[in-house]
Design a protein around this ligand. Structure first.
Ligand code: CMC
Length: 429
């Protein structure tokens, strides 16, 4: 970050104020409004949805939404998705650099060492109804980690981080096993992070389970693509909750809850539900494109549009190719892929979508891949959570280490009734 001797001038009711500019390492310019309210005698800025507001200075992820660029710690997402592994990306995001060989070895074996959950935690799973949504279960179970592994201050930070990364896989797989009434499968330390997750999800005690390397690699890629996305709704939630200096588990549990909504990570499940609906309705893609454009309908094309990407979502480009490849390799023909491709073609040549710069986002093709891997729909957003976990941890850690650290506390513009006198209920009509 470079602060320059350049200023923005703002005139309010005849008074002129100057505010310094802040320029990021990719030349993004912002106006430093930290002293805005105190300088202007209590005037504030209004920006619902925070589309114009920088809430922090961050070194983790760079996005250029106009150019379709996404980089973690400077590394292009395309290179990481092609050549790296999810475990390595976790290390990169959380610790800031790619690990050396020995650091990586140590990181992987520590993750393995901590992947079991406290045996008593299984009782929680017993208590949930069988049809409980795994996202609700995951958020609850992450929150419950603070009862088994209490937060003892930042000197135990690394251990807390490792525990979270290691145990979330196990919690997610147990949530799934509970929902289908199968016995829990314990983690195996000879498998990779992803291989172990697949094993806990799909193995049964009565027969051997072999991790399919095609499935393992594509899932690895998917999680890399989801690993961070700077100040999105769930990451901001994690920072917001963390800003009260509570423990990391409660902040991450809140992040899971924020991710669940259909406008955020829940869109991957919603996309498949939408594609199935179109399939049932005689594959009538045009009808649903028309409906999405109709201002009297609340229907939106799920998996389309993004607050930041206004050209293309680089993750969607990688995933579209990966979806075609994995279906081919696994010999699966999914009619929903055909509908998705048709929908994309129709929408991308339609003026409504072109004018508003609405393109397929990461969730558009990820559901097709999850289906091909045998992951059920209600687990899609759980997969997103596992992928996003290192990003949330990195955001939480960065905000905790920030010298300008402050509790998050936005202002508001009050527009309710002015002062009025209370009337006892007996005197009211
Ligand atoms: N289908 C139809 N119209 C849309 C869509 C869509 N998917 N997305 C936006 N629009 C229209 C919207 O109606 C508005 O039109 P107008 O200007 O005429 O009022 C215009 O495009 C701008 O939309 P917005 O809601 O102001 O844009 P936003 O930046 O606030 O919302 C979004 C971004 C992702 C919430 C939104 O595009 C959306 O609801 N998409 C569908 C849900 C989805 O796929 N979410 C996953 C996002 S990617 C994963 C993640 O990072 O969370």
């Amino acid at each position: 970050m470079v602060e320059q001797n350049e200023y923005a001038k703002i005139i309010i009711k005849g008074n002129e104020y100057e505010f310094p500019l802040i320029v990021g390492s990719e030349d993004e310019i912002s106006i430093d409004f930290r002293k805005f309210r105190s300088t202007t005698n209590n005037i504030i800025t209004y920006d619902p949805g925070y589309g114009n507001t920088g809430s922090c200075i961050s070194n983790i992820t760079f996005i250029d939404g106009e150019k379709g660029i996404l980089r973690y710690r400077g590394y292009p997402i395309e290179q990481l998705a092609e050549n790296s592994t999810f475990e390595e990306v976790c290390y990169l995001l959380i610790y800031g650099e790619l690990p050396s060989k020995s650091e990586f070895q140590k990181f992987k074996s520590t993750l393995n060492y901590h992947d079991l959950i406290h045996e008593d935690m299984k009782k929680f799973f017993e208590g949930f109804p069988p049809n409980a949504h795994p996202m609700a279960v995951l958020s609850t179970m992450i929150s419950s980690l603070s009862t088994y592994y209490p937060y003892n201050g930042d000197d135990q930070l690394d251990l807390q981080i490792i525990r979270l990364l290691a145990k979330v896989n196990t919690l997610a797989a147990f949530a799934y096993k509970k929902s289908i009434g199968q016995p829990y499968i314990y983690p195996r330390n000879d498998l990779s992070y992803i291989g172990d997750f697949l094993h806990m999800m799909f193995a049964v005690p009565s027969e051997p389970y072999h991790v399919n390397p095609v499935v393992e690699r594509v899932l690895d890629k998917l999680l890399i693509l989801h690993a961070d996305h700077e100040q999105n709704c769930s990451a901001s939630t994690v920072r917001m909750v963390g800003s009260s200096q509570g423990g990391i588990y409660s902040a991450i549990a809140a992040g899971v809850s924020a991710l669940w909504g259909p406008l955020h990570g829940g869109a991957n499940q919603a996309v498949i539900e939408m594609l199935k609906m179109i399939q049932k309705d005689n594959n009538d893609v045009d009808k649903y494109v028309k409906k999405a454009k109709d201002k009297n309908s609340s229907f939106r094309l799920m998996g389309f549009g993004h607050r930041v990407y206004k050209n293309f979502d680089p993750r969607a480009t990688i995933l579209k190719k990966a979806a075609e490849e994995v279906l081919n390799e696994l010999g699966i023909q999914d009619p929903l892929l055909d509908i998705a491709q048709k929908l994309e073609n129709v929408a991308l040549s339609d003026e409504y979508f072109i004018d508003r710069k609405l393109y397929p986002n990461v969730d558009f093709y990820s559901g097709i891949i999850y289906r091909a891997l045998g992951i059920p729909e209600n687990m899609f957003t759980v997969m997103f959570s596992i992928g996003r976990l290192p990003g949330w941890i990195a955001q939480w850690k960065e905000s905790r280490m920030d010298p300008d650290f402050k509790i998050h506390r936005p202002r508001q513009i009050y527009n309710g009734p002015n002062i009025r006198n209370y009337i006892p209920v007996s005197d009211r009509i």
